[in-house]
Design a protein around this ligand. Sequence first.
Ligand code: AMP
Ligand code: GLY
Length: 424
Amino acid sequence: MNILLVGSGGREHALAWKIAQSPLVTRLVAAPGNPGIEKLCELCPVKADDAEGLAALAQEIRADLVVVGPELALAAGLADRLAAAGIPCFGPTAQAAQLETSKAFSKAFLERHAIPTAGYGVYETVADAKGALDRFAAPYVIKADGLAAGKGVAISPDRQDAEAEIERMLGGRFGAAGARVVIEEFMDGEEGSLFALCDGKQAVLFGGAQDHKRAFDGDLGPNTGGMGAYSPAPVFTADLVQQANDLIVQPTIQKMAEEGAPYRGVLYAGLMATEDGPKVVEFNARFGDPECQVLMMRFAGDIVPYLLACARGDVSGLPPAAFKPQTVICVVMAAKGYPDSPLEGSTIRGADQDFGPHVQVFHAGTKRRDDGALTAAGGRVLNVCAEGDDIAQARERAYEAIAKIDWPGGFNRTDIGWRALDRE
Ligand code: AMP
Ligand code: GLY
């Protein structure tokens, strides 16, 4: 099989690593890829938001399957173009991807079908949004409607801060993504990310993980795309997973089909385990980053038949996804200044050494300089992943590997996995 993998982050490096292990693959091409992915397959310099260019590339390499990593490609209509060209695509159409790309769309969808989530309102003007705060209580949850790379959410402790956030968001901080704001009820509980592989009609569960969205230790600082993750996540008891599947995942896939927007690909359900059961915090239309990295390391089988079954529209014949019993942890190394203004261009040494059988270092925002040196070229730069018999061992191995990487321009959280450790 020929496979085109779209994207250039740590999530895509992990996907490339797993896909490349499949005996079904004859040719794997990544666009645009990164220096880590380059060691596993061919790269083509087509950007992830260039749907036309990617569809043309898929035809040129006679792709039997296109695997889409990032939401930008989906929002740009890549799946729609590939459908028109008759090429199976792992990833939803732009219409179905609205579950992620528009919070107003996904909240209305959830409300319409009584799928558990926080109460909310959508506002287009500063006056309306500020006025609506009367109907909510602190802490206030304020979100930009559109895509903002995980950074478009503010949790404001008081009204003054909430009003300032409203002004900032509607004032153009997120461009078109902030043309509307969503204000939500605050949900109390522990969060987890549950994944399901979907073929347009049905979904099969594909494991769970927990990530750390805040930039600094102790879950402090601004929200980021994710500073670390681990799987399995103890928050997902068998009972919670069952409830989430019955009340959230299956109804979502069924109702999307009934509404004429069948959902194919992976559904990422960001859930809050509240006193009243699981509720949706957000949906994403793709694997999480860095959750994907830990799932790929834990997944015990060949990933390609799973991706292909979603793309071709029938997951019913798949065996249930089997994961190794070990715990895998991922610690993100980010450029200093992330998420607001990451410092670019600093030199990284030691990222590509052999870290032994239990560790994988995936590249995210890296670049190879002409002299061969690896440099930082983004916010989240390296993903240090390690497996262990329990969270403590996995974590120790990840931090041992980090200590061997020489990168003064970077930083990482030192407490990834603390919730799971606290439970042990
Ligand atoms: P989102 O991008 O919608 O997932 O929001 C980012 C983060 O903000 C989530 O992972 C939660 O930690 C937090 N968050 C979002 N919505 C809520 C809510 N309604 N109640 C409590 N926390 C929330
Ligand atoms: N790690 C969160 C996300 O991928 O959205």
